[in-house]
Design a protein around this ligand. Sequence first.
Ligand code: 5GP
Ligand code: ZN
Length: 109
Amino acid sequence: MSNDDCLFCKLYRDGDHVNATDGFVALRDINPQADTHLLVIPERHVDTFRDVGELTPDEARRMLEFVADTARRAGLEDYKVVVNVGPGAGQTVFHLHWHVLGGRIRGLA
Ligand code: 5GP
Ligand code: ZN
């Protein structure tokens, strides 16, 4: 499931997680584009959102619930959830992830 050269596979295992559940973690973005900028990362390595069908139906549902739970736990009521799909849209890490952006947002929106 995990890819030795993948940054987010490593961060899934070793990162400083602000929220975690079976198969998913959330951590702070290293270069925040908002007052609160979190990344939700699945354990399963999927290159991009185009391949989201590689998640099982249960994983896909639980991932969405985990995004909402992560925002709630961060104290966010209003926020954006962003996925960059492909380099032309700004994707730089090719392991599916969701940006959760709250407060004043500077980029990605
Ligand atoms: P993308 O551009 O692929 O949508 O998002 C990748 C995100 O990962 C960027 O917002 C970038 O700041 C963040 N990032 C890159 N390297 C690291 C890292 O080593 N640690 C953390 N926490 N975030 C990272
Ligand atoms: Zn990966």
